[in-house]
Unconditional design. Structure first.
Length: 297
């Protein structure tokens, strides 16, 4: 999937070798656009939008795969031929599920490390900064372990290969080279602007923010984590933007390295056929962007 200024595009290869595309134009909602200009608030809005869009495009890929496998459920859906409002409801439902899944994941990875740390180290020492630091370490261990084990499954590994292909295409485009498979494959699967970097920053920034607050007891600690979750997300987004702006500075570029290290797990070297799909998706996005701009002229 590739996101332009006005449209998101996903390409899926069918068994016959042809490509199927999903184009989702970005809808401009004035009050949302206003929020996206406010520092610390724009990160939360952006993450919610990304979760919703990502769920729609993953659902499209899953349905395309199911149709090719000839599943009865997919056939039934085709025969039903849902109307316009049914389609809108389905899209909204997928988007809501995507947002809820993201929020649930953040709650789990926020609360579980705090519970584990409290259980293991509550009576070992009293320094709350160390408690917060250990909580952050536990969170990183759980996150890395989770990503590693799901990456062992064929489906997720393939997903991570496409993730790597997307990064290669973006890097090749930014370098100004022709988007051919051989050219794109020369580039790295890691990229500074990846969402994986954001995940790492939420952990690191959380440790810093939690360190400024005192808590009395287990319940207050958990409540603090939940209340501060939007703050951690907002600050992490701003830090990510800041480190991205410094990636060309020789020394300061290392600020973005923690996110790149996580990408060693969330991206895999793609096959040539996967790079072909990514190039096609990217080119389709650029074509769609051009059509939209010409339509406004």
């Amino acid at each position: 999937m590739f996101a332009g200024k006005n449209v998101h595009v996903t390409a899926v290869r069918k068994k016959d070798g042809s490509l199927d595309y999903l184009e989702v134009p970005k809808k401009v909602i004035p009050w949302v656009q206003t929020l996206k200009k406010i520092p610390f608030i724009r990160g939360i809005v952006g993450i919610i939008e990304s979760s919703a869009k990502g769920a729609q495009h993953l659902n499209f890929s899953a349905e395309s795969f199911a149709e090719q496998e000839g599943e009865d459920a997919s056939s039934a859906k085709k025969e039903e031929k849902p109307g316009f409002f049914s389609n809108i409801s389905m899209i909204l439902g997928v988007a809501v599920v995507g947002v809820i899944s993201f929020l649930f994941g953040k709650f789990v990875f926020t609360l579980v490390p705090a519970v584990i740390e409290q259980f293991l180290f509550q009576n070992v020492f009293s320094n709350q900064f160390l408690h917060n630091l250990i909580e952050g370490v536990i969170k990183i261990i759980l996150l890395v372990g989770y990503i590693y084990f799901i990456s062992l499954t064929p489906m997720i590994r393939r997903l991570f290969q496409y993730h790597g292909a997307e990064h290669k295409v973006i890097s090749a485009y930014e370098a100004g080279v022709e988007l051919t498979v051989s050219n794109v494959q020369k580039f790295n699967t890691l990229h500074y602007r990846c969402g994986s970097s954001f995940i790492v920053f939420t952990v690191l920034i959380g440790v810093v923010i939690y360190s400024f607050l005192h808590y009395d007891g287990y319940v207050e600690r958990i409540v603090q984590r939940l209340i501060l979750l939007p703050v951690v997300i907002g600050v992490s987004y701003e830090v990510l933007r800041f480190t991205n702006s410094l990636r060309e500075v020789p020394v300061l570029r290392y600020l973005g390295y923690p996110g790149l290290w996580l990408q060693l797990l969330t991206t895999k070297e793609p096959e040539d056929s996967q790079v072909e799909v990514s190039i096609a998706s990217f080119n389709r996005m650029r074509e769609a962007e051009q059509r939209i701009l010409e339509g406004r002229a």
